[in-house]
Design a protein around this ligand. Structure first.
Ligand code: BGC
Length: 611
């Protein structure tokens, strides 16, 4: 083939590849000209950078501990994270002020490259006490309302910016294959299509055009197979076959790439015996080259210390999270690896190009500081109204014998039972105020009991311990569930630990106790995963899966008392037996080897045609 023929052919192939890869422009991604303009600026800046400055950009630190005064400038840092640990201040204005101070330091450097500030805002800006907290993703999967998901993400971005952040480590786009996984609730659904649709909505809501101070970079996580480990062990190994992975798990990432997601976070699990952090074939060859991802690949927490810094950078990781107390060690180690040709300079340049590209896309060079005016938007009624709608739409009605629901608002006596009814910390799960969640109620939230009291017109009695006797009650609403957990703390493993796939004995007793009094029992289950509750289903006239609804607990009463109908549908098949979980991948509903108690998509409504 001669040269003149070869060039148009290559161009055609490239265009073809791009559309196959799904890199087409969508309503929120940048146009070609704008991308070109940014790429030129990045190239100009990169050409001026020393190796130390480049490695600095690849370093993300915690804002409070890893850095001493002057480190942002002296170590050329690229990003700071806030997650568990000391707060940046007493209120949002102080948080902003703290990040503004660090940003000024970054801007005072020779090249004045601004910092990215990242946060785990996974269901609202949940690290701030007083923010609007949405249902965890499992509830958003049950609601399956794409406009609502986009709106929830838009509000999360705005409240994150109000706290000084321009990057969030969400959405989690895992497809969990085993309920024993402690992060089950962080994922939308067992279904790849639903997860992919919600991924699109969520990334669009967070990033939009990335051109004003209310938007943030999104992160699709954890790439890949986080929810597909054998026996649901967080960070464990996965024996899922490569073709199954490509069939069941990759689509949300393809969508994230297509929507221009700013970042992808690698996962702690191992695939084919290789830690994902060091998996060049999946990170560089598949995600970057084949799918065309041009954003930042960020490691998970301290990934470098677990898997080796040269190994993870060579695999394709661009920024390393939480360089924890050993900033010098990390930076000098990487510098030495480059000098000894163990990490090629081209890899460093690729990483820094990606980081700078996102900083330009976000408009950070022009607009590096958070807008002060946004602080008054945190937790406002308009935001809470959207979260409340999400709560209502996430509820799945599993049983409604004799149409006991909706309850009559004019009933003279309603008894509400259980600690989960009156604790917004419990109803919100992990990643709420604290990493492991909160065991007490938090600012601005409404508990399920508060909501019932607002809607019911008669007497509402609260029995926190489930031991009362109320023969004259019109109905008993028993709220039971899991206590908050996050990451490996929520793993079930062999079932002998803190969490189990069924209710605790005392909670089972609440239901038996009231059912044996011949009362109408409505059970509301607050949990991050389906639990095996066959007996409790039989003992209850009505049974609602409420997932982890977040701050607007009153959304539950609005549906129980008929102000709204049920809309939620099961985002996961519901198990019928704990022995279903004996397999590595839990109940393999997708290969029909186990019959669920309720199938994916199940959910009753008040409308007669749906009964
Ligand atoms: C989690 C990530 C999270 C990160 C930062 C890790 O342990 O796996 O999901 O974004 O910590 O808090």
């Amino acid at each position: 083939m001669n040269k003149s023929l070869r060039i148009p052919l290559i161009a055609m192939l490239l265009i073809g590849c791009f559309s196959i890869m799904g890199c087409k422009q969508n309503k929120y991604t940048l146009g070609k000209l704008e991308s070109q303009r940014i790429n030129n600026k990045v190239a100009t800046l990169l050409a001026q950078m020393t190796l130390e400055e480049k490695i600095g950009q690849m370093t993300q630190v915690r804002h409070f501990y890893d850095i001493g005064k002057g480190d942002v400038a002296a170590k050329n840092l690229g990003s700071a994270i806030h997650t568990q640990g000391p707060l940046p201040g007493k209120n949002a204005a102080e948080w902003q002020a703290k990040f503004t101070e660090l940003q000024k330091e970054a801007l005072s450097t020779r090249l004045g490259i601004p910092l990215l500030f990242g946060v785990d805002a996974v269901h609202g800006q949940n690290t701030y006490n007083g923010a609007t907290i949405f249902p965890h993703n499992i509830g958003m999967g049950a609601a399956a309302n794409l406009e609502l998901a986009e709106e929830a993400a838009r509000i999360t971005a705005l409240e994150s910016q109000a706290c000084g952040f321009n990057w969030v480590f969400a959405p989690c786009v895992a497809i969990p294959l085993n309920e024993k996984w402690g992060r089950f609730y962080e994922a939308y659904a067992e279904d790849a299509q639903l997860t992919t649709d919600l991924t699109k909505a969520y990334i669009n809501g967070l990033q939009r055009h990335l051109n004003d101070s209310t938007t943030v970079l999104a992160t699709a996580k954890h790439y890949i197979g986080d929810g597909a480990t054998d026996y649901g062990i967080e960070g464990g190994s996965s024996s899922i076959a490569n073709h199954e992975m490509m069939k069941r798990l990759i689509d949300p990432y393809k969508m994230a790439v297509q929507q221009g997601a700013g970042a992808v976070m690698t996962s702690f699990n191992t695939i084919d015996g290789l830690p994902m952090h060091a998996h060049k074939a999946l990170i560089t060859d598949t995600l970057k080259n084949k799918l065309g991802f041009d954003g930042i690949v960020i490691s998970d927490w301290k990934g470098y210390s677990r898997f080796g810094q040269a190994a993870i950078i060579n695999a394709g990781i661009d920024m390393v999270m939480a360089v924890d107390g050993d900033l010098g060690l990390f930076q000098n180690g990487l510098k030495k690896a480059v000098e000894e040709n163990r990490v090629p300079m081209s890899r460093i340049d690729d990483a820094v190009t990606r980081i700078l590209r996102q900083k330009y896309r976000l408009g950070l060079f022009k607009n590096p500081f958070p807008a002060k005016s946004l602080t008054t938007a945190i937790g406002i009624p308009e935001h809470r109204a959207v979260a409340r709608q999400a709560v209502r739409e996430s509820l799945v009605l599993l049983k409604n014998e004799d149409n006991i629901l909706p309850l009559n608002k004019a009933a003279s006596k309603i008894v509400v039972v259980g600690a989960h009814a009156n604790n917004s910390g419990y109803q919100s799960g992990g990643w709420t105020i604290n990493w492991q969640g909160s065991k007490t109620s938090y600012n601005g939230a409404t508990t399920i009991l508060d909501g019932i009291k607002q809607v019911a017109q008669g007497t509402v009695i609260y029995d926190s311990l489930g031991q009362g006797s109320h023969p004259d009650a019109d109905a008993v609403i028993i709220v039971v569930g899991e206590t908050p957990y996050a990451e490996f703390f929520g793993d079930i493993g062999d079932g002998k630990g803190k969490h189990q796939l069924t209710l605790s004995d005392s909670q089972q007793h609440y239901i038996s106790h009231y059912a044996s009094q011949g009362l109408k029992v409505v059970t509301v289950l607050v949990s991050g995963r389906p639990l095996v509750v066959n007996k409790q289903l039989a003992q209850s006239q009505a049974f609602v899966a409420a997932w982890l609804p977040g701050s607007e607990g009153d959304g539950i009463a609005q549906v129980l008392f008929g102000e709204y109908d049920f809309k939620g549908k099961l985002p996961h098949s519901w198990p019928k037996s704990i022995t279903d979980y004996n397999n590595k991948f839990g109940p393999n509903y997708w290969d029909n080897s186990i019959t669920p108690l309720f199938p994916f998509g199940y959910g009753l409504t008040y409308r007669p045609q749906d009964k």
